[in-house]
Write a protein of this length. Structure first.
Length: 155
């Protein structure tokens, strides 16, 4: 990847298949996502809802050939805590398996950091599964620190 230009851009509806494939390309995602042809309509419904929400951005990383090789979702949420501070929340950071450890994820996360700062956020949070030890090391290297005990309720 040395010297390769990576473009970070807003996701388009046409990117949904590539994004879902990225989400499914790991041990946790392979059991959560349904990669079939055609994709279930629920993915497009969710993308359309995110696209309409001014405070949510679904971004993709694209290589020189126009292939989607990574993705990230950033939500900017206003809040009353911390003296009315907005916070950024990063979700769904994924990089295609054969491009991991080549700087793509770092470019995506650094984009999100800059966007959060530009939108006046006082903090930026992300959540990663406790089993994703490599991801935790990656986020710590970028300056994130463990700070919460996460809890989930699935329906």
């Amino acid at each position: 990847m040395t010297g390769e230009a990576i473009t970070i851009r807003p996701a388009k509806r046409a990117d949904v298949v590539a994004i879902v494939k990225l989400l499914a390309d790991d041990p946790l995602g392979q059991n959560r996502e349904l990669v079939v042809e055609p994709l279930p309509a629920s993915y497009y419904k969710a993308f359309d809802a995110m696209h309409r929400a001014h405070h949510i951005q679904m971004m993709v990383a694209e290589d020189n050939d126009g292939q989607v090789i990574g993705c990230l979702q950033l939500a900017i949420l206003p809040g009353l805590s911390s003296q009315g501070a907005s916070r950024g929340i990063i979700e769904d950071v994924r990089v295609v398996s054969d491009r991991r450890s080549q700087g793509v994820g770092e470019r995506l996360v650094r984009w999100a950091i800059g966007e959060a700062l530009a939108n006046g956020c006082k903090l930026l949070e992300l959540f990663t599964h406790e089993s994703r030890v490599d991801a935790q090391r990656f986020y710590k290297r970028l300056g994130f620190q463990p700070s919460h005990v996460g809890m989930t309720m699935r329906f």
